[in-house]
Design a protein around this ligand. Structure first.
Ligand SMILES: NC(=O)C1=CN([C@@H]2O[C@H](COP(=O)(O)OP(=O)(O)OC[C@H]3O[C@@H](n4cnc5c(N)ncnc54)[C@H](O)[C@@H]3O)[C@@H](O)[C@H]2O)[C@@H](O)CC1
Ligand SMILES: [K+]
Length: 323
């Protein structure tokens, strides 16, 4: 499967198509999303009975958090949701899962202005922190209490911090962390990794990343003609590099001519020739100004050499005739 890097818009279009055209409701996607993350949390568990805290916001990322906590609870884990927003702001699919969680009477703790110390204690005692505060819907500089909570989470040592879809605070399109973002040890993203994982601040925040299927079919990319950058993965590289015939030899894998260098710049043609051989070329010929030929040849005996006429340490016009 081709791995694309998706932006916020593309994810919205794919989710919407799955719901409106295919007919799979958003609450089902959220159930799938939460189930997949709960499996990842269990697989990453550092001990037999980890204490798990799920930080949940009021949007759909927080809705995922409620599913994750319910699944973990039902699998026998010690898990509590810390809800960091105003419950009255919950709506849509997230509200459905918030209500399900509460009707089950599962553990929840509501963060409020004077409860920072209690939250710090809860976080300090946790083995795993699941970050479901903000997802692709983050907009503008972080507001309180999210920024205070993120700065505390980032100061904690030796915890597993798993971000749901994207580290809270990171922009999924640009990779910009406006002020700050959660420094995740692992980010588990839905359908595709987000473009922001690979841009600007992204690589500093995402930790290890993984994309999981939530029943949004990837064929939608073609149906909607979405244009997204490809992520260079091992399967993609294997697909792109031609297969080497079993009876192949140096004559079958192509012959690269490296033309370059001058008296002060000997390294560039040598690096290019070495890279060519490492990339699979059968033969490499280095055409260099004749005065640097002895030095270049001593560095790379595996290449063929073609010294060319020079003037003041650079190719002269007579080189053209030889080439
Ligand atoms: N059906 C769907 O659309 C699905 C969505 N999913 C989840 O939904 C997420 C996107 O959900 P939403 O679009 O609801 O957005 P988010 O949940 O990412 O963010 C919206 C919430 O963040 C708050 N917020 C935004 N900017 C803020 C800031 N600068 N400071 C403080 N608070 C801020 C908003 O007040 C709102 O409560 C995805 O990342 C993914 O986790 C998944 O459940 C899969 C299915
Ligand atoms: K998140």
């Amino acid at each position: 499967m081709t791995m694309f890097a998706a932006g916020r818009k593309e994810m919205q279009l794919m989710d919407q198509y799955t719901m409106d055209v295919i007919g799979l409701p958003g609450v089902v996607l959220m159930e799938n999303a939460g189930t997949k993350i709960a499996e990842e949390v269990i697989a990453s568990s550092p001990c037999e009975n980890p204490r798990i805290i799920v930080l949940a916001g009021a949007g759909n990322n927080g809705g995922d958090g409620f599913v994750i906590a319910r699944k973990l609870y039902d699998s026998g884990y010690d898990c509590v949701v810390c809800f960091i927003a105003d419950p009255n702001k919950m709506k849509g699919d997230a509200k459905v899962h918030f209500d399900v969680y509460n009707k089950r009477g599962l553990p929840i703790w509501y963060f409020h202005n004077n409860s920072s110390r209690k939250l710090h204690n809860l976080l300090s005692e946790a083995d795993i922190i699941v970050d479901a505060m903000l997802g692709t819907g983050v907009n503008g500089p972080l507001r309180e209490p999210v920024s205070e909570i993120i700065s505390f989470v980032n100061r904690l040592k030796s915890k597993i911090i798993m971000s749901v879809d994207i580290p809270s605070g990171l922009n999924s399109d640009t990779g910009k962390a406006v002020g700050m973002a959660v420094k995740a040890s692992k980010t588990v993203s839905f359908v595709y990794p987000k473009k922001g994982f690979f841009l600007l601040d992204g690589p500093k925040y995402i930790g290890e990343w993984k994309a999981v299927d939530i029943s949004v079919p990837t064929s939608i990319v073609e149906n909607l003609d979405l244009q997204m950058p490809k992520v260079i993965t091992e399967p993609l590289v294997k697909d792109v590099i031609p297969k080497r015939p079993i009876d192949g030899h140096k004559g079958t894998f192509g012959h690269v001519l490296v033309l370059g260098g001058s008296r002060p710049y000997v390294g560039a043609p040598l690096f290019t020739a070495k890279s060519s051989l490492l990339s699979g070329a059968g033969l490499v010929t280095l055409a260099v100004p004749e005065s640097i030929y002895p030095m270049a040849a001593s560095q790379m005996p595996q290449a063929l050499f073609f010294p060319l006429p020079e003037k003041n340490g650079q190719f002269s016009e007579h080189s053209l005739d030889e080439i």
